[in-house]
Design a protein around this ligand. Structure first.
Ligand code: COA
Ligand code: ZN
Length: 468
């Protein structure tokens, strides 16, 4: 590969994305080769430094995907994963990857129960396989699996052995996610001090929710590459997420890694291909990440967004908003009405806010509801459309790889949807929708169709309703 690689430029820290390898180890996830190519291309466009494209010995389609990703000629360094097994290494080398990453469990638990070898034998196996990989003319990373539960003196011996055998990078994996940030920093500082010429990667699992914090702490301790996946997917609870690590590196250390504005798109792509939808409060890319609610917060944000935002949404290509419900205050409502081109007096505003707080059955005040309330309170006409109600039933077919309940929850959150039922038969979900006109109905149906996992819809207008 003579093409320029981003890793040929020295940076304070590289990001290694392993969505295609670690991410595909997520239960229920299997990317097609086309999807892998698309993800790899999009990661490369965003400026990722390294892509761990897969473990070619796992299955023929994994091998094929790795081969094709290599052929794309991306600027990211392409890595093939491998056990310390010669046939695995040969397969990865045949794919012509830039680097082979050889992993081996080095804690006593792994040595005793998995590999059934002594520490001395393990060192020999590690050295032998790294040398074998190097003989194929590729760069080699060694991953000390379960490093965080490995006796520190032995771990240093492992890192030295791997480095001397030809691995310029060694990854210290917190395989079961048991580090704390303090211990992570200490671990990396200790190893780096003992083997100063080696470059260290951190691979932090998220079993205790600390993968991002531990990755940053490892970076502070001397790691120069952080392993991430889009949306943090991976074995069990996954690993550090690309979006959280990339933004945290910018916010805390002013380090530029990938194009942060591309993160929402990458996240959505992986939600679509995995069927795993992030919750609305997910950092960076979640629907609510820049949506404010409490009156005090909105008043603060209107005065200066810094009051309740750690960084501006524009940094990640997003915009801010606020919602109106019983938690609202006068400033939030006034600003929302001004946005809608409506002026009210101070007394009217007081009354509007009081009524909003009384009508607690409304979970989310849409602009139309708010304008209707303004008309009720002020007696002035502020709405363009006559307030008629139109009801419709939207029958929804779902894709089989996404939990129906997750889709139903998303649909239930769409303003205008008043009821959602999971059903048996030809359709999976039926939603009852209450709207003012055909245009609004079209919008809602479009929004439903955009929900991840919705395959098709069939809409029926309600002509008449009989009370029972
Ligand atoms: N280096 C060398 N050997 C290793 C190893 C390593 N890092 N990690 C595990 N092994 C060995 C085990 O000791 C065991 O060997 P044994 O069969 O001689 O007891 C074997 O690999 C794992 O058992 P099993 O999965 O039953 O072996 P297999 O030959 O049927 O399949 C794979 C091996 C790798 C093809 C298969 O497990 C697979 O597709 N795995 C997906 C990738 C993966 O597990 N990745 C882990 C990333 S952290
Ligand atoms: Zn892992």
């Amino acid at each position: 590969m003579s093409r320029y690689k981003r890793t040929s430029v020295k940076k304070p820290v590289y990001l290694l994305d392993t969505t295609l390898r670690e991410g595909e180890q997520t239960p229920g996830v299997a990317f097609t080769i086309e999807q892998k190519l698309e993800i790899a291309r999009k990661l490369d466009e965003a400026g990722i430094d390294m892509i761990e494209a897969g473990h070619p010995a796992v299955a023929p389609d994994v091998e094929k995907a790795v081969r094709l990703i290599v052929k794309e000629g991306l600027q990211a360094e392409i890595i093939g994963h491998s056990r310390a097994v010669k046939t695995d290494i040969e397969k990865a080398a045949e794919c012509e990857v830039d680097r082979i990453a050889i992993f081996y469990g080095v804690s006593d638990i792994h040595l005793k129960y998995k590999h059934k070898v002594s520490r001395e034998e393990a060192l020999q196996i590690i050295a032998e396989h790294i040398e074998f990989a190097k003989s194929h003319g590729v760069k080699v990373r060694f991953t000390a699996e379960d490093a965080s539960r490995t006796d520190i003196d032995f771990l240093i011996q492992v890192v030295k052995t791997a480095h001397e055998a030809g691995a310029d990078r060694v990854s210290l994996a917190d395989t079961v996610g048991i580090l704390t940030p303090f211990r992570a920093k200490m671990l990396f500082e200790t190893v780096k001090k003992a083997v100063p010429t080696v470059e260290l990667d951190v691979h932090a699992h998220n079993d205790l929710g600390m993968a991002v914090a531990n990755s940053l702490a490892a970076f502070e301790g001397g790691a120069t590459a952080i392993h991430v996946t889009i949306n943090g997917i991976g074995e069990r609870c996954g690993i550090a997420s690309l979006q959280e690590v990339a933004v945290a590196l910018k916010v805390h250390y002013n380090i530029d890694t990938v194009d942060l504005r591309k993160l929402p798109e990458l996240s959505k792509l992986v939600e679509k291909y995995t069927g795993i939808v992030l919750p609305p409060h997910a950092p960076v890319v979640g629907d609510n990440a820049f949506v404010h609610k409490a009156g005090v917060h909105v008043a603060g944000v209107l005065a200066n967004p810094q009051t309740y935002e750690p960084y501006p949404p524009e940094l990640v290509g997003r915009t801010r908003d606020w919602v109106i419900d019983k938690y609202t205050g006068k400033k939030a409502v006034k600003a929302r009405l001004e946005k809608l081109g409506v002026q009210v007096t101070d007394q009217e505003l007081e009354l509007i806010v009081r009524k909003i707080k009384e009508r607690t059955s409304v979970r989310h005040w849409r602009d139309e509801d708010l304008l209707e309330l303004v008309e009720e309170v002020t007696g002035r006409r502020v709405m363009l459309r006559p307030p008629e109600k139109l009801e419709a039933l939207v029958w929804i077919k779902c894709e089989s790889n996404i939990y129906t309940t997750a889709i139903a929850r998303r649909i239930a959150a769409i303003p205008g949807v008043v009821e959602v039922m999971e059903i048996t038969g030809e359709y999976d979900i039926v939603a009852r929708v209450s709207v003012r006109d055909q245009a609004e109905l079209n919008n809602i149906v479009e929004t439903i169709r955009e929900v991840k996992g919705v395959q098709s819809t069939h809409t029926q207008l309600v002509l008449k309703k009989l009370e029972t």
